[in-house]
Design a protein around this ligand. Sequence first.
Ligand code: PLP
Length: 299
Amino acid sequence: MSRTVLAVLNRPSNSAAPRDPAAPLFSFADPLRPQLNVQDLGVTRGDGIFESISVVRGIPHALEAHLARFTHSAEVLELPAPDLATWRQAIRAVVERLDPVAEGFVRAVLTRGVEGDARPTGWVFASVSTDHSVARTRGVRVVLLDRGLRHDVGRTSPWLLSGAKTLSYAVNRAALREAARRNADDVLFVSSDGFVLEGPTSSLIYLRDGQLRTPATESGILEGTTQGDAFQWARQRGLGTGFELLTPIELGHTDAAWLVSSGRLAVPIRVLDGRPHPVRADMTADLNGYLLTREASVG
Ligand code: PLP
């Protein structure tokens, strides 16, 4: 048992040659020792994809939804399709060896591999999560930042890879530093034609006209697994759900809004662009309770 467990995949994709024909599907490796070739395109170009999967009391949450998005991201980047049976096995294996903690996460990474080698690189690691309980109860201050792209870039400019979870997160990290400069904790991106999109590491959901809603995914954003499960929660509670294009002014008039993601789960927005935003503590607690126990009986 340890606090970080790493497994390197020998054959991340069936359609590419294995790293070593004689080796098993994946091998555990020391997470404190270097494992990557410095010419790996995942490192030199951010040319690859990843998934972050939450682990609650030893159970990876929304695993199949994450694996489906992993496959979709590979398709969008024209990477060899991941061999999901191997990835599933490797994910479960690293989780089993992780310290028994209340909350952890698994990161699965697939890159285009070393330039000229034509073999993708893949690895998974499980680790212990930081404590998100304060953000979940207290909420976050969010600023709106222009992403500089129209909401329909997915259709007009597919080479921008919208909707894929790529390794190129430098822009998302820069946006969070800009939020800190503006005395905020997080960001919501807005399209250049004026629609609210998503956070740098989260989806937006909000309560409007008695329904739980989220920005339409054709607006060039990632389809969130947590947003999907939050909608399940809403339907179980008899709330309607919907997708729509929403302006920042309309967001300011919603009855509550949350950033949702696999790691933090549902975090209420308490300040939006410097103005207090209504928080529904009762709904937040109920939603997070649902998200934390959603797969307790599935395994
Ligand atoms: N949108 C972006 C850009 C993200 O990076 C993430 C998660 O990291 C999400 C949305 C939320 O996705 P999920 O709920 O599957 O974690």
